[in-house]
Design a protein around this ligand. Sequence first.
Ligand SMILES: O=C(O)CCC(=O)C(=O)O
Ligand SMILES: [Fe+2]
Length: 241
Amino acid sequence: MKLVRKNHRGYTALYAEKLDTTLTTEGDSKESFYIGPLADDLNQWPLEEDLPSWRSTMETYHQKLLSAVTKLLSLIALSLKLEEDFFEKVGALIEPLAFIRLLHYPGDLNSSSEEIFGASAHSDYGMVTLLVTDGVPGLQICREKSKQPQVWEDVPSMSGAFIVNIGDMMERWTNGLFRSTLHRVLQPRQDRYSVAFFTNPSKDCTVECLESCCTESCPLRFPPIKAIDYLEERLRLTYGL
Ligand SMILES: O=C(O)CCC(=O)C(=O)O
Ligand SMILES: [Fe+2]
């Protein structure tokens, strides 16, 4: 039963995605399943009789994580000396483009190429990502993404905790004050599973540098852009379209 990806929902096969668009390799050695906003009816669900309660479990997870992200965004707003509901007021949370991605990295691929990653180096595209992993190592971050050579550090898995990644749209909003996290996943030696929850602003929300983040010493780095335009371009590159 494979519900092949349509409208960025459903199943994506091994090697279909390449997160580091500078690599010349085939693609990342992971397979995944996407579940997007619940309201628009575009999600692809397995039959209830094949996977009883799966849909309702995923819908509950989506709702709970969106509510956690909403709280996190109000803390981010306060930390930027903005009103608590700033991200609501700019329209980011009207119909946020929030996606669950269920990920599987097969452990038995025995690839000899050092250039094949479970997930090649990238930063997530949106506001923030909440990530849970099954404890199998592989995830790494690079703290100083513009320095060469890049230094990669393992990210330990903590049971009961989320890993939180800042995304590129948050970096654009804050003119780089909040830096998006460059990360990757090495090809694991045993099966590895993780669940990411990506949050992008609503499609018509304009992501533009906050006034307080643009100064003479820190001039504007990114022009304003509509969330959907930014997201679609990043997805286009990731899938080599
Ligand atoms: O599997 C992981 O730990 C990370 C996944 C990831 O970075 C992504 O899907 O964007
Ligand atoms: Fe990621």
